[in-house]
Write a protein that binds this ligand. Structure first.
Ligand code: TLP
Length: 362
């Protein structure tokens, strides 16, 4: 089930609404959500809160808005948030926490499994002293995008929550792909979310909805977050049209994420056999595959991606010699295998050409 004729592996954000979503959107009962009168938004928010084991939830336009709204609700200007050096909130959200919130990111290393070491978190918490900013919140990311789609476990999450709470901090989880984390570990998503003070998850990634994320937390937290969302211009009117697709996403698209994980593994296994590509199979935990190009390959990541696109396979260069592939419901098992064949063909064909060119040059 290709997207516009392409096997598009650049991101699971490229998924388009399913026919069931389009139907639900067309017939959604709507009202003005700024007045709290959109029944479909209200239903989605209740479903989300219930699913994640929180009291309340708020529909926001995107994962970025969810993270920013949460951090603005936890922190005052000049406060500090402990974040991973490879976290989306730190790297990929246009510096919003600082630019909009006046929040200082206290950056500590992400471990290869996406976690933050407890000792690093502990060491990053500022003592109570007028010289220092006040540390308010620790932010985790599950699954971790730049750490290859790695997931955090319930046990680890609970330990971070306990540490944060013992020191008077809040725990926020960027759970853009939290259902991937739950399905991969075969645990109820609540086990990954219930100990946090706030969690965002996205409808618009592997769950295939066109837009929207949910921010979950206590009633008191969501009341503050609601005001912050308004400030950010995130109060949407007849948002039930979006929420309707989100309800279908939660009802129909969660369990099938295991297929994406199996396809990512298949893809990675094939790629590992291609000379010149480096894939760490152990690091493929959910729906992402990152691979590197050997230093002696005569092309870089951007060029390989351009070549593959001419053969109708799209990939995302994320570094000079690093590429990301993400599986989703518009990539079947057969297409995952086809994509690997195309990548092998393009890389080898081209390597051959480059070698010939070198021979001629001499
Ligand atoms: N990530 C996108 C890009 O921005 C990189 C992608 O293609 O993976 N948290 C995490 C962990 C994310 O991966 C993303 C999106 C977000 C938050 C932001 O979500 P949106 O795009 O809805 O603002």
């Amino acid at each position: 089930m290709a997207l516009n004729g392409f096997i598009d592996l650049r991101s699971d954000t490229l998924t388009v609404p399913t026919p069931a979503m389009r139907e639900a959107m067309a017939t959604a009962e709507v009202g003005d959500d700024v007045f709290g009168e959109d029944p479909t938004v209200n239903r989605l928010q209740e479903m989300a809160a219930e699913r994640l084991g929180h009291e309340a939830a708020l529909l926001v336009s995107s994962g970025t808005m969810g993270n920013l709204t949460a951090l603005l609700a936890h922190c005052e200007r000049g406060d500090e948030a402990i974040v991973g050096d490879w976290s989306h909130a730190y790297i990929n959200e246009a510096g919003g926490l600082s630019a909009v919130g006046g929040i200082l990111p206290h950056v500590i290393p992400n471990q290869p499994d996406g976690s933050l070491a407890l000792a690093d978190i502990e060491a990053a918490i500022r003592p109570d002293n007028a010289h220092y900013p006040i540390t308010r919140v620790v932010a985790l990311e599950n699954t971790h995008n730049r750490m290859g789609g790695a997931y955090l476990t319930p046990e680890y999450t609970e330990r971070v929550a306990a540490l944060a709470h013992a020191r008077g901090l809040k725990l926020h989880i960027d759970g853009a792909r939290i259902f991937n984390a739950a399905i991969a570990q075969n645990v109820d998503v609540k086990a990954l979310t219930q100990h946090a003070d706030s969690v965002t998850f996205c409808l618009s990634k592997g769950l295939s909805a066109p837009a929207g994320s949910l921010l979950c937390g206590s009633k008191a937290f969501i009341r503050v977050a609601h005001r912050r969302r308004k400030m950010l211009g995130g109060g949407m009117r007849q948002a039930g049209v979006i929420a309707a697709a989100g309800i279908v996403a939660l009802e129909q698209m969660v369990e099938r994420l295991s297929e994406d994980h199996a396809n990512a593994r298949l893809l990675a296994t094939h790629l590992a056999r291609i000379a010149g590509l480096r894939v760490n199979l152990d690091s493929v935990k959910t729906n992402m595959v990152y691979f590197d190009l050997d230093p002696d390959l005569p092309f870089d990541a951007a060029e390989l991606c351009r070549r593959a696109a001419t053969e109708r396979v799209k990939m995302l260069p994320v570094g000079p010699r690093r590429i990301r592939l993400v599986t989703h419901c518009y990539v079947s098992r057969e297409e995952a295998a086809t994509a690997a064949q195309v990548i092998a063909h393009v890389a080898h064909h081209w390597q051959g050409q480059a070698t010939e060119a070198r021979v001629h040059a001499y």
